[in-house]
Ligand binder design. Structure first.
Ligand code: NDP
Length: 449
């Protein structure tokens, strides 16, 4: 790892000391601080006013018990989290993750990244993240509902359209947002649509929100390829995961002329040389809630399934890690490079390990960090909030056009900032600096709070 700037090193050490054993949080902070050396050299007022120390300390962290009764009548206990990280730019905004791997460090890493991502969108939203170590896999419909109701029975007091506005993430899709919103409405006796995003289209949701993260990531890839006078037309693409982000990334790649030849879940991956059959994948994942192994079985001879293994072994021009953190390591990065991959864009949050990012960048691969490439989801959530506030609902075409403009804007801000700081084409540095400056300036303006 490169040496940190001498002003930033003590800040990072303090983060390590105050947040022991939160490795993913350390990794996320380190990645941002690694980019900020030239910024603090140019603008000493950021360090004088302890802006960076403050940005690394969440404004509020809520941890709560979530008791619920399973179908056999047994009482189950999970832990709920909401980390309200930074509200300098607007109400706290960020998703909820339900996955057994969730702990405070994971939520803090996600909340920290969210600050810069939300800033990059240019929309008035602060950064937060939440969730639970609840595992939705194998739970009945009623168990999911009871869990969501119990979770919201505590969380509701911390939310509000001007305070904190959650959305989905891993394990939290339209179904869960429905149960969460229903319970919020019941407890507060208010139809406060703007308190959650990712809602259904008939009860306050926005067109394109479901598609937004995947579509947005592919729009970003398109912009990156354009800088090299290329396009997605004819490109072979590999996507990891097969959830919300992955499915709609596959859809947009197909619309733009590329072919997605592989996708995965936590058990294994499927290769389908003719291109993933999207209708079948949606049926299996969104309707039947089954596995990619079931997709392979249903496809018969056209596809083959690899249990375990690494989806990055499948040769491709473009790789879109869209499952979870640290799922693409340096070994995978070397495989991608040797197979001729030209673009890696993070649909997921922090899926690429720091040494893998280094391998890709040194090999000249265009690399887009999640806080830029997957910002389309939260940006469209902000569009949902706009529609809720004005009691309006926009068409699919209009909303998609807004999303594509926003992604182009984020791409250009990252690229211009990287250029300005002497590292053209380095989207990591561009995203971190552009995201940071906007939040830091707002924090300075608001005083020591
Ligand atoms: P989903 O729950 O819809 O899908 C997650 C997918 O990733 C599933 O295929 C899942 O497989 C796989 N996955 C999850 N955990 C692991 C793991 N530990 N190892 C291997 N595979 C895993 O989530 P989303 O698609 O919404 O989220 C995916 C990523 O995108 C996350 O990093 C999330 O933070 C990020 N993101 C999501 C946004 C959104 O709008 N939804 C916005 C911005 C970022 P399995 O079924 O086997 O668990």
């Amino acid at each position: 790892m490169p040496q940190l700037d001498e002003k930033l090193d003590p800040i990072y050490r303090e983060v390590l000391r105050r947040n022991p054993a939160e490795e993913e949080f350390h990794q996320a902070v380190r990645e941002v601080l690694d980019s900020l050396g030239p910024v603090v050299a140019k603008n000493p007022h950021y360090t004088d006013a302890a802006v960076i120390e403050r940005i690394c300390e969440p404004e509020r962290q809520i941890i709560f018990r979530v008791p619920w009764v399973d179908d056999s009548g047994a009482v189950q206990i999970n832990r709920g989290f909401r980390v309200e990280f930074n509200s300098a730019l607007g109400p706290y905004k960020g998703g909820l993750r339900f996955h057994p791997s969730v702990n405070l460090g994971i939520i803090k890493f996600l909340g920290f990244e969210q600050i810069f991502k939300n800033s990059l969108t240019g929309m008035p939203i602060g950064g937060a993240k939440g969730g639970s170590d609840f595992d939705p896999k194998g739970k009945s419909e009623l168990e999911i509902m009871r869990f969501c109701q119990s979770f919201m029975t505590e969380l509701y007091r911390h939310l509000g359209e001007y305070t904190d506005v959650p959305a989905g993430d891993i394990g939290v899709g339209g179904r869960e947002i429905g149960y969460l919103f229903g319970q919020y409405k019941r407890i507060t006796n208010r139809y406060e649509s703007g308190v959650l995003t990712g809602k259904g289209l008939t009860w306050g949701g926005s067109q394109v929100r479901r598609e937004a993260t995947g579509y947005g990531a592919v729009f970003f890839v398109d912009e990156m390829l354009r800088t090299r006078h290329q396009s997605l037309e004819g490109k072979r693409v590999v996507v990891s995961g097969s959830g919300n982000v992955a499915i709609y990334a596959i859809e947009k790649v197909r619309q733009l002329g590329g072919t997605v030849v592989a996708c995965s879940d936590s058990d294994g991956y499927v290769v389908d040389e003719k291109g993933i059959d999207l209708e079948l994948l949606k049926e299996i994942k969104e309707v039947r809630r089954e596995r990619v192994s079931d997709y392979a079985e249903a496809r018969g001879h056209d596809a083959h399934y690899v249990q375990g293994g690494r989806v990055w072994d499948v040769p491709c021009d473009v790789a879109l890690p869209s499952a979870t953190q640290n799922e693409l390591n340096a070994h995978d990065a070397k495989t991608l490079v040797s197979n001729g991959c030209v673009v890696v864009a993070e649909g997921a949050n922090m899926p690429t390990t720091p040494d893998a990012v280094q391998v890709l960048q040194e090999a000249g691969v265009l690399f887009a960090p999640g806080k830029a490439a997957n910002a389309g989801g939260v940006a469209t959530s902000a569009l949902e909030m706009q529609q809720n506030a004005s009691r309006d609902s926009w068409s699919f075409e209009h909303t998609e056009e807004r999303l594509s403009e926003i992604m182009r804007g984020i791409h250009d801000r990252c690229a211009e900032t990287a250029e300005e700081y002497g590292v053209p084409g380095n989207y990591v540095v561009g995203a971190n600096i552009a995201g940071f400056i906007q939040v830091a300036d707002a924090m300075l303006a608001l005083g020591v709070i």
